[in-house]
Ligand binder design. Structure first.
Ligand SMILES: [Zn+2]
Ligand SMILES: [Zn+2]
Length: 103
């Protein structure tokens, strides 16, 4: 999933608006769109996309899925593999690189 991070003047994160996709992030934020910000592990609970209203399943949902995960790499524009997402159920897991938060 994707988050649009809102920071205060000191650069501290004050809010994270959930989006189901980069497309919805762009459409929802318009001029405030801050670039690709995907591959976030969601919250434990279900959230709704702030743009289209699609339900973004939380981690608890995936824990209950009986899925033999089929992982694909999620790569940033810098070519860093930050996460893997399952083709079948959409679950996420972060790589070590993904644990580094963006500046
Ligand atoms: Zn959406
Ligand atoms: Zn899966």
């Amino acid at each position: 999933m994707h988050y649009h991070i809102v920071e205060d003047k000191d650069g501290d994160t004050v809010d994270a608006i959930p989006y189901c996709s980069d497309f919805c992030n762009k459409e929802g934020q318009g001029d405030k769109y801050r670039g690709w910000n995907g591959c976030h592990e969601g919250a434990d609970y279900d959230q709704e996309c702030a743009n289209c209203g699609e339900v973004i399943r939380g981690l608890d949902y995936y824990k209950e899925q009986d899925c033999s995960h089929e992982w694909r790499e999620c790569i940033t524009t810098d070519g860093v593999v930050v996460a893997h997402s399952c083709n079948k159920c959409g679950a996420w897991k972060k790589t070590e690189a993904g644990l580094l938060t963006s500046e």
